[in-house]
Write a protein that binds this ligand. Structure first.
Ligand code: SF4
Length: 448
Protein backbone atom coordinates (compact mmCIF):
# COMPACT_ATOMS: atom_id res chain seq x y z
CA UNK A 1 0.00 0.00 0.00
CA UNK A 2 1.45 3.35 -1.11
CA UNK A 3 0.77 6.69 0.57
CA UNK A 4 -0.09 9.12 -2.22
CA UNK A 5 -0.48 12.87 -1.82
CA UNK A 6 -2.27 14.63 -4.69
CA UNK A 7 -1.55 18.34 -5.01
CA UNK A 8 -3.11 21.11 -7.07
CA UNK A 9 -0.66 24.09 -7.06
CA UNK A 10 -1.84 27.73 -6.86
CA UNK A 11 -3.63 29.10 -9.92
CA UNK A 12 -3.74 32.77 -10.94
CA UNK A 13 -7.49 32.43 -11.61
CA UNK A 14 -9.68 31.38 -8.68
CA UNK A 15 -11.32 27.95 -8.78
CA UNK A 16 -14.83 27.84 -7.44
CA UNK A 17 -15.11 24.12 -6.82
CA UNK A 18 -12.84 21.22 -5.89
CA UNK A 19 -11.02 19.93 -8.98
CA UNK A 20 -12.84 16.95 -10.50
CA UNK A 21 -9.73 15.57 -12.21
CA UNK A 22 -7.93 15.22 -8.87
CA UNK A 23 -10.93 13.37 -7.43
CA UNK A 24 -10.93 10.92 -10.36
CA UNK A 25 -7.24 10.18 -9.71
CA UNK A 26 -7.83 9.83 -5.97
CA UNK A 27 -10.74 7.44 -6.56
CA UNK A 28 -8.60 5.27 -8.87
CA UNK A 29 -5.80 5.03 -6.28
CA UNK A 30 -8.24 4.26 -3.47
CA UNK A 31 -9.91 1.54 -5.54
CA UNK A 32 -6.46 -0.02 -6.07
CA UNK A 33 -5.95 -0.18 -2.28
CA UNK A 34 -3.63 2.79 -1.78
CA UNK A 35 -3.94 5.55 0.82
CA UNK A 36 -4.63 9.02 -0.54
CA UNK A 37 -4.62 12.59 0.70
CA UNK A 38 -5.70 15.49 -1.52
CA UNK A 39 -4.35 19.01 -1.17
CA UNK A 40 -6.11 21.69 -3.18
CA UNK A 41 -3.87 24.79 -3.08
CA UNK A 42 -5.49 26.46 -6.11
CA UNK A 43 -6.67 29.58 -4.34
CA UNK A 44 -3.63 30.17 -2.07
CA UNK A 45 -0.60 32.36 -2.62
CA UNK A 46 2.63 30.51 -3.41
CA UNK A 47 3.95 31.25 0.10
CA UNK A 48 0.79 29.96 1.76
CA UNK A 49 0.80 26.93 -0.53
CA UNK A 50 4.40 26.00 0.33
CA UNK A 51 3.61 26.23 4.06
CA UNK A 52 0.47 24.08 3.70
CA UNK A 53 2.36 21.52 1.63
CA UNK A 54 5.18 21.39 4.16
CA UNK A 55 2.70 20.75 7.00
CA UNK A 56 0.90 18.07 5.01
CA UNK A 57 4.10 16.28 4.03
CA UNK A 58 5.32 16.19 7.65
CA UNK A 59 1.98 14.83 8.87
CA UNK A 60 1.28 12.33 6.07
CA UNK A 61 4.80 11.28 4.98
CA UNK A 62 3.82 10.37 1.40
CA UNK A 63 5.68 7.82 -0.71
CA UNK A 64 4.40 9.51 -3.86
CA UNK A 65 3.35 13.09 -4.64
CA UNK A 66 1.22 13.59 -7.75
CA UNK A 67 0.84 17.18 -8.93
CA UNK A 68 -1.69 18.45 -11.46
CA UNK A 69 -0.13 21.05 -13.74
CA UNK A 70 -2.07 23.35 -16.02
CA UNK A 71 -0.03 25.78 -18.10
CA UNK A 72 -1.08 28.60 -15.74
CA UNK A 73 0.26 26.87 -12.60
CA UNK A 74 3.20 24.91 -14.02
CA UNK A 75 5.74 27.43 -12.70
CA UNK A 76 4.09 27.43 -9.25
CA UNK A 77 4.24 23.62 -9.27
CA UNK A 78 7.92 23.63 -10.21
CA UNK A 79 8.64 25.95 -7.30
CA UNK A 80 6.77 23.65 -4.90
CA UNK A 81 9.14 20.78 -5.74
CA UNK A 82 11.73 22.67 -3.66
CA UNK A 83 9.54 22.01 -0.62
CA UNK A 84 9.39 18.32 -1.56
CA UNK A 85 13.01 17.71 -2.53
CA UNK A 86 14.16 16.41 0.86
CA UNK A 87 11.16 14.15 1.50
CA UNK A 88 12.35 11.27 -0.67
CA UNK A 89 8.85 10.92 -2.13
CA UNK A 90 8.52 10.05 -5.80
CA UNK A 91 7.35 13.21 -7.59
CA UNK A 92 5.08 12.82 -10.59
CA UNK A 93 3.53 15.58 -12.70
CA UNK A 94 0.32 15.03 -14.66
CA UNK A 95 -2.44 17.07 -16.26
CA UNK A 96 -2.73 19.24 -19.38
CA UNK A 97 0.73 20.82 -19.26
CA UNK A 98 2.83 17.63 -18.88
CA UNK A 99 0.60 15.99 -21.48
CA UNK A 100 1.85 18.42 -24.09
CA UNK A 101 5.34 19.09 -22.65
CA UNK A 102 6.28 15.91 -20.77
CA UNK A 103 10.00 16.67 -20.58
CA UNK A 104 9.60 20.08 -18.96
CA UNK A 105 8.63 18.84 -15.44
CA UNK A 106 11.62 16.45 -15.53
CA UNK A 107 13.88 19.49 -15.88
CA UNK A 108 12.14 21.16 -12.92
CA UNK A 109 12.44 18.68 -10.06
CA UNK A 110 9.99 15.90 -11.00
CA UNK A 111 11.01 12.23 -11.23
CA UNK A 112 8.20 11.26 -13.58
CA UNK A 113 5.87 13.03 -15.93
CA UNK A 114 2.60 11.67 -17.28
CA UNK A 115 1.11 12.41 -20.67
CA UNK A 116 -2.64 11.78 -21.12
CA UNK A 117 -5.41 10.50 -18.86
CA UNK A 118 -4.11 9.54 -15.45
CA UNK A 119 -6.33 6.96 -13.76
CA UNK A 120 -4.63 3.81 -15.08
CA UNK A 121 -1.12 5.27 -15.17
CA UNK A 122 -1.11 6.60 -11.59
CA UNK A 123 -2.23 3.25 -10.18
CA UNK A 124 0.46 1.52 -12.27
CA UNK A 125 3.04 3.96 -10.84
CA UNK A 126 1.87 3.29 -7.27
CA UNK A 127 1.88 -0.48 -7.86
CA UNK A 128 5.37 -0.31 -9.40
CA UNK A 129 6.62 1.77 -6.47
CA UNK A 130 5.26 -0.83 -4.06
CA UNK A 131 6.26 -4.02 -5.85
CA UNK A 132 9.20 -2.90 -7.99
CA UNK A 133 9.43 -2.78 -11.77
CA UNK A 134 10.15 -0.47 -14.64
CA UNK A 135 8.32 2.87 -14.72
CA UNK A 136 9.17 3.30 -18.38
CA UNK A 137 6.95 0.31 -19.23
CA UNK A 138 3.89 2.31 -18.12
CA UNK A 139 1.97 3.90 -21.01
CA UNK A 140 2.30 7.69 -21.01
CA UNK A 141 5.09 7.78 -18.41
CA UNK A 142 8.24 9.83 -19.04
CA UNK A 143 11.37 9.70 -16.89
CA UNK A 144 14.97 10.70 -17.37
CA UNK A 145 15.64 7.01 -18.09
CA UNK A 146 13.23 6.88 -21.00
CA UNK A 147 9.55 6.86 -21.83
CA UNK A 148 6.74 4.35 -21.87
CA UNK A 149 4.52 3.51 -24.83
CA UNK A 150 1.78 6.00 -25.85
CA UNK A 151 -1.08 6.39 -23.39
CA UNK A 152 -4.24 5.36 -25.26
CA UNK A 153 -7.47 7.19 -24.41
CA UNK A 154 -9.51 5.30 -21.81
CA UNK A 155 -12.37 3.60 -23.67
CA UNK A 156 -14.30 1.95 -20.85
CA UNK A 157 -15.29 5.05 -18.86
CA UNK A 158 -17.97 3.06 -16.99
CA UNK A 159 -15.19 1.05 -15.34
CA UNK A 160 -13.72 4.11 -13.57
CA UNK A 161 -14.71 4.61 -9.93
CA UNK A 162 -17.00 7.58 -9.35
CA UNK A 163 -14.84 10.59 -8.36
CA UNK A 164 -17.03 11.58 -5.43
CA UNK A 165 -16.17 8.27 -3.73
CA UNK A 166 -12.79 9.89 -3.14
CA UNK A 167 -14.47 12.89 -1.56
CA UNK A 168 -16.34 10.62 0.81
CA UNK A 169 -13.29 8.54 1.70
CA UNK A 170 -10.61 11.19 2.15
CA UNK A 171 -13.05 13.71 3.62
CA UNK A 172 -12.58 16.51 1.16
CA UNK A 173 -14.46 19.68 1.95
CA UNK A 174 -16.92 18.97 -0.83
CA UNK A 175 -17.62 16.87 -3.89
CA UNK A 176 -16.47 18.52 -7.09
CA UNK A 177 -20.05 19.40 -7.91
CA UNK A 178 -19.74 18.53 -11.58
CA UNK A 179 -20.08 15.36 -13.63
CA UNK A 180 -18.28 14.23 -16.78
CA UNK A 181 -20.64 12.11 -18.86
CA UNK A 182 -18.19 12.00 -21.79
CA UNK A 183 -14.53 12.75 -22.48
CA UNK A 184 -12.85 14.31 -25.48
CA UNK A 185 -14.19 16.57 -28.20
CA UNK A 186 -14.43 15.72 -31.90
CA UNK A 187 -13.80 19.35 -32.97
CA UNK A 188 -10.39 20.78 -33.96
CA UNK A 189 -10.40 24.43 -32.81
CA UNK A 190 -6.94 25.86 -33.36
CA UNK A 191 -6.78 27.60 -29.97
CA UNK A 192 -8.06 24.71 -27.83
CA UNK A 193 -5.92 23.16 -25.12
CA UNK A 194 -7.98 20.07 -24.23
CA UNK A 195 -5.10 17.64 -24.66
CA UNK A 196 -5.67 15.25 -21.77
CA UNK A 197 -9.00 13.90 -22.96
CA UNK A 198 -8.12 14.70 -26.57
CA UNK A 199 -10.12 14.51 -29.77
CA UNK A 200 -11.46 10.96 -29.41
CA UNK A 201 -15.02 11.40 -28.16
CA UNK A 202 -16.00 8.71 -25.68
CA UNK A 203 -19.03 8.51 -23.44
CA UNK A 204 -20.37 6.68 -20.42
CA UNK A 205 -23.52 4.60 -20.60
CA UNK A 206 -26.68 6.41 -19.53
CA UNK A 207 -27.09 3.85 -16.72
CA UNK A 208 -23.62 4.66 -15.36
CA UNK A 209 -24.28 8.43 -15.41
CA UNK A 210 -27.68 7.99 -13.79
CA UNK A 211 -26.12 5.79 -11.08
CA UNK A 212 -23.62 8.57 -10.27
CA UNK A 213 -26.39 11.19 -10.14
CA UNK A 214 -28.48 8.91 -7.91
CA UNK A 215 -25.58 8.42 -5.49
CA UNK A 216 -24.82 12.14 -5.41
CA UNK A 217 -28.46 12.84 -4.64
CA UNK A 218 -28.76 10.12 -2.00
CA UNK A 219 -25.40 10.59 -0.23
CA UNK A 220 -24.74 14.31 -0.72
CA UNK A 221 -28.25 15.71 -1.08
CA UNK A 222 -27.54 17.20 -4.52
CA UNK A 223 -30.38 17.90 -6.92
CA UNK A 224 -28.55 20.13 -9.42
CA UNK A 225 -25.74 18.76 -11.58
CA UNK A 226 -23.42 20.76 -13.86
CA UNK A 227 -22.23 18.46 -16.68
CA UNK A 228 -18.70 19.61 -17.46
CA UNK A 229 -18.17 17.69 -20.72
CA UNK A 230 -16.45 19.70 -23.47
CA UNK A 231 -19.08 18.73 -26.04
CA UNK A 232 -22.15 17.40 -24.23
CA UNK A 233 -24.38 17.23 -27.31
CA UNK A 234 -21.81 15.86 -29.76
CA UNK A 235 -23.61 12.53 -30.39
CA UNK A 236 -27.36 12.71 -30.81
CA UNK A 237 -28.32 9.08 -29.99
CA UNK A 238 -26.37 9.13 -26.77
CA UNK A 239 -27.84 12.53 -25.84
CA UNK A 240 -31.36 11.19 -26.36
CA UNK A 241 -30.62 8.01 -24.42
CA UNK A 242 -29.17 9.98 -21.51
CA UNK A 243 -32.15 12.36 -21.37
CA UNK A 244 -34.54 9.39 -21.43
CA UNK A 245 -32.60 7.58 -18.70
CA UNK A 246 -32.74 10.65 -16.43
CA UNK A 247 -36.48 10.98 -17.06
CA UNK A 248 -37.08 7.29 -16.38
CA UNK A 249 -35.28 7.24 -13.01
CA UNK A 250 -37.79 7.95 -10.20
CA UNK A 251 -34.99 8.93 -7.78
CA UNK A 252 -34.00 11.77 -10.12
CA UNK A 253 -37.45 13.31 -10.32
CA UNK A 254 -37.16 17.10 -10.32
CA UNK A 255 -33.35 17.28 -10.75
CA UNK A 256 -31.87 20.05 -12.86
CA UNK A 257 -28.64 20.17 -14.83
CA UNK A 258 -26.55 22.39 -17.08
CA UNK A 259 -24.22 21.58 -19.95
CA UNK A 260 -21.51 23.01 -22.20
CA UNK A 261 -21.42 22.51 -25.94
CA UNK A 262 -20.10 24.12 -29.14
CA UNK A 263 -22.77 26.21 -30.89
CA UNK A 264 -22.79 23.95 -33.96
CA UNK A 265 -23.28 20.71 -32.03
CA UNK A 266 -26.72 21.39 -30.64
CA UNK A 267 -29.77 20.84 -32.81
CA UNK A 268 -32.81 22.97 -32.02
CA UNK A 269 -35.07 19.88 -32.12
CA UNK A 270 -33.14 18.30 -29.19
CA UNK A 271 -33.67 21.17 -26.80
CA UNK A 272 -37.21 20.32 -25.79
CA UNK A 273 -36.19 16.80 -24.75
CA UNK A 274 -33.20 18.20 -22.83
CA UNK A 275 -35.40 20.73 -21.04
CA UNK A 276 -37.90 18.02 -20.09
CA UNK A 277 -35.04 15.95 -18.64
CA UNK A 278 -33.97 18.86 -16.41
CA UNK A 279 -31.58 20.99 -18.50
CA UNK A 280 -31.97 24.55 -17.24
CA UNK A 281 -28.95 26.21 -18.87
CA UNK A 282 -26.63 25.75 -21.84
CA UNK A 283 -23.16 27.22 -22.16
CA UNK A 284 -22.45 27.71 -25.89
CA UNK A 285 -18.93 27.94 -27.34
CA UNK A 286 -19.26 30.46 -30.17
CA UNK A 287 -16.05 32.54 -30.13
CA UNK A 288 -16.53 34.83 -33.13
CA UNK A 289 -19.20 36.45 -35.27
CA UNK A 290 -16.92 36.76 -38.27
CA UNK A 291 -17.14 34.02 -40.89
CA UNK A 292 -13.45 34.34 -41.90
CA UNK A 293 -12.24 34.05 -38.30
CA UNK A 294 -14.61 31.12 -37.63
CA UNK A 295 -13.09 29.33 -40.61
CA UNK A 296 -9.53 30.23 -39.58
CA UNK A 297 -9.97 28.83 -36.07
CA UNK A 298 -11.77 25.76 -37.49
CA UNK A 299 -14.83 26.33 -35.36
CA UNK A 300 -17.07 24.72 -37.98
CA UNK A 301 -20.06 26.98 -37.45
CA UNK A 302 -21.70 30.04 -38.98
CA UNK A 303 -23.25 33.09 -37.27
CA UNK A 304 -26.73 32.05 -38.51
CA UNK A 305 -26.48 28.53 -37.07
CA UNK A 306 -25.29 29.98 -33.78
CA UNK A 307 -28.22 32.35 -33.63
CA UNK A 308 -30.71 29.54 -34.35
CA UNK A 309 -29.28 27.35 -31.57
CA UNK A 310 -29.35 30.10 -28.94
CA UNK A 311 -32.87 31.14 -30.02
CA UNK A 312 -34.07 27.55 -29.65
CA UNK A 313 -32.54 27.26 -26.17
CA UNK A 314 -34.23 30.46 -25.09
CA UNK A 315 -37.54 29.26 -26.59
CA UNK A 316 -37.15 26.08 -24.51
CA UNK A 317 -36.93 28.30 -21.41
CA UNK A 318 -33.27 27.72 -20.68
CA UNK A 319 -30.69 30.13 -19.31
CA UNK A 320 -28.27 30.86 -22.13
CA UNK A 321 -24.55 31.48 -21.59
CA UNK A 322 -22.56 32.47 -24.65
CA UNK A 323 -18.76 32.47 -25.04
CA UNK A 324 -16.89 34.87 -27.30
CA UNK A 325 -13.14 35.24 -27.71
CA UNK A 326 -11.12 38.16 -29.06
CA UNK A 327 -7.63 38.79 -30.37
CA UNK A 328 -7.18 36.01 -32.92
CA UNK A 329 -4.32 36.55 -35.38
CA UNK A 330 -5.73 38.36 -38.39
CA UNK A 331 -8.62 39.84 -36.43
CA UNK A 332 -8.85 43.54 -37.17
CA UNK A 333 -11.49 46.25 -36.74
CA UNK A 334 -13.74 44.77 -39.43
CA UNK A 335 -13.75 41.25 -37.96
CA UNK A 336 -14.28 42.62 -34.44
CA UNK A 337 -17.18 44.71 -35.74
CA UNK A 338 -18.79 41.54 -37.14
CA UNK A 339 -18.35 39.84 -33.76
CA UNK A 340 -19.88 42.82 -32.00
CA UNK A 341 -22.81 42.74 -34.42
CA UNK A 342 -23.50 39.08 -33.56
CA UNK A 343 -23.14 39.83 -29.83
CA UNK A 344 -25.76 42.59 -30.19
CA UNK A 345 -28.13 40.24 -32.06
CA UNK A 346 -27.66 37.61 -29.37
CA UNK A 347 -27.96 40.00 -26.42
CA UNK A 348 -31.79 39.89 -26.13
CA UNK A 349 -31.73 36.06 -25.92
CA UNK A 350 -28.46 35.71 -23.97
CA UNK A 351 -28.52 35.80 -20.20
CA UNK A 352 -24.80 35.83 -19.69
CA UNK A 353 -21.66 36.25 -21.80
CA UNK A 354 -18.39 34.68 -20.66
CA UNK A 355 -16.11 37.00 -18.71
CA UNK A 356 -12.96 38.24 -20.47
CA UNK A 357 -12.18 36.02 -23.48
CA UNK A 358 -8.91 37.42 -24.85
CA UNK A 359 -6.96 34.67 -26.60
CA UNK A 360 -4.12 33.08 -24.62
CA UNK A 361 -1.75 30.99 -26.80
CA UNK A 362 -1.48 27.72 -24.91
CA UNK A 363 1.40 25.41 -25.84
CA UNK A 364 0.42 22.52 -28.06
CA UNK A 365 -2.28 24.47 -29.88
CA UNK A 366 -2.04 25.16 -33.59
CA UNK A 367 -2.04 28.88 -32.82
CA UNK A 368 0.92 28.59 -30.44
CA UNK A 369 2.94 26.51 -32.90
CA UNK A 370 2.24 28.89 -35.76
CA UNK A 371 2.90 32.20 -33.98
CA UNK A 372 5.17 31.81 -30.92
CA UNK A 373 8.41 32.63 -32.74
CA UNK A 374 6.85 35.44 -34.80
CA UNK A 375 5.41 37.22 -31.74
CA UNK A 376 8.14 36.22 -29.27
CA UNK A 377 6.00 34.46 -26.67
CA UNK A 378 7.82 31.09 -26.67
CA UNK A 379 7.67 29.51 -23.23
CA UNK A 380 5.72 32.43 -21.71
CA UNK A 381 4.44 30.28 -18.81
CA UNK A 382 7.97 30.11 -17.36
CA UNK A 383 8.12 33.91 -17.01
CA UNK A 384 6.02 35.11 -14.04
CA UNK A 385 5.59 38.51 -15.69
CA UNK A 386 3.87 36.95 -18.73
CA UNK A 387 1.35 34.74 -16.92
CA UNK A 388 -2.05 36.47 -16.96
CA UNK A 389 -2.59 37.37 -13.32
CA UNK A 390 -5.64 37.11 -11.09
CA UNK A 391 -8.57 38.93 -12.66
CA UNK A 392 -9.24 42.37 -11.33
CA UNK A 393 -12.42 42.95 -9.37
CA UNK A 394 -13.41 44.91 -12.45
CA UNK A 395 -14.65 42.23 -14.88
CA UNK A 396 -14.37 44.72 -17.73
CA UNK A 397 -10.55 44.34 -17.72
CA UNK A 398 -9.01 41.15 -19.07
CA UNK A 399 -5.54 40.36 -17.61
CA UNK A 400 -4.69 38.46 -20.81
CA UNK A 401 -5.11 41.64 -22.88
CA UNK A 402 -2.53 43.34 -20.68
CA UNK A 403 -0.01 40.62 -21.65
CA UNK A 404 -0.49 41.58 -25.30
CA UNK A 405 0.73 38.23 -26.66
CA UNK A 406 0.02 39.15 -30.27
CA UNK A 407 1.40 42.72 -30.18
CA UNK A 408 -1.95 44.22 -31.07
CA UNK A 409 -2.20 47.43 -32.99
CA UNK A 410 -3.31 50.04 -30.38
CA UNK A 411 -6.58 50.61 -32.22
CA UNK A 412 -7.39 46.86 -32.23
CA UNK A 413 -6.38 46.62 -28.60
CA UNK A 414 -8.78 49.42 -27.66
CA UNK A 415 -11.56 47.77 -29.64
CA UNK A 416 -10.97 44.44 -27.84
CA UNK A 417 -11.04 46.27 -24.50
CA UNK A 418 -14.39 47.82 -25.52
CA UNK A 419 -15.88 44.39 -26.29
CA UNK A 420 -14.67 42.91 -22.98
CA UNK A 421 -16.29 45.87 -21.23
CA UNK A 422 -19.47 45.48 -23.30
CA UNK A 423 -19.86 41.87 -22.10
CA UNK A 424 -19.22 42.87 -18.48
CA UNK A 425 -21.89 45.58 -18.70
CA UNK A 426 -24.40 43.15 -20.22
CA UNK A 427 -23.70 40.63 -17.46
CA UNK A 428 -24.01 43.23 -14.71
CA UNK A 429 -27.37 44.38 -16.07
CA UNK A 430 -28.59 40.78 -16.28
CA UNK A 431 -27.39 39.99 -12.72
CA UNK A 432 -29.22 43.07 -11.44
CA UNK A 433 -32.42 41.97 -13.17
CA UNK A 434 -32.07 38.47 -11.70
CA UNK A 435 -31.45 39.87 -8.23
CA UNK A 436 -34.50 42.09 -8.58
CA UNK A 437 -36.58 39.10 -9.66
CA UNK A 438 -34.97 37.00 -6.90
CA UNK A 439 -34.37 34.14 -9.32
CA UNK A 440 -31.80 31.35 -9.14
CA UNK A 441 -28.85 31.75 -11.49
CA UNK A 442 -27.65 28.56 -13.13
CA UNK A 443 -24.22 29.16 -14.60
CA UNK A 444 -21.93 26.33 -15.65
CA UNK A 445 -18.20 26.62 -15.32
CA UNK A 446 -16.18 26.33 -18.48
CA UNK A 447 -12.78 24.63 -18.29
CA UNK A 448 -10.41 25.76 -20.97
S1 SF4 B 1 -12.78 24.72 -28.02
FE1 SF4 B 1 -14.49 23.41 -27.45
S2 SF4 B 1 -15.34 22.70 -29.42
FE2 SF4 B 1 -13.29 23.47 -29.86
S3 SF4 B 1 -11.97 21.63 -29.75
FE3 SF4 B 1 -11.95 22.64 -27.73
S4 SF4 B 1 -13.50 21.61 -26.51
FE4 SF4 B 1 -13.91 21.14 -28.70
Amino acid sequence: MVRALLVLPPLPQPMNAPYLGQQYIAAALLAAGHTVHCLDLANLSETQAAARLDDQVRAFRPDLVGMTLFTYNALAGYRLTETLAATGALLIAGGPHPTILPDEPLAHGFDLSLSGEGEHAITAVADTLEKGGDFTAIPGLHSRAGRGPPNAAIEDLDALPFPHLAAATVRLDAVAGGILTSRGCPARCTFCANYVTGRAYRWRSPENVVAEMRTLRRDFGLSHFPFWDDAFTARRPRLEALCDAILDEPELAGVTWTCITPGNMVLPRDLERMRKAGCVAINFGIESGDATILRAIQKGQTPEKILAAVQAAKAADMTTIVNFMFGFPGEGPEELANTHALMRRLAPITDFFNNFGVLVPFPGTAIYDRYHAEYGFSGWWLDPDRIPSAPAADLGRDPALEKNFFSYDPHVRDRIADLVRWKADHNAAWANRQAAANETIHVTRRIA
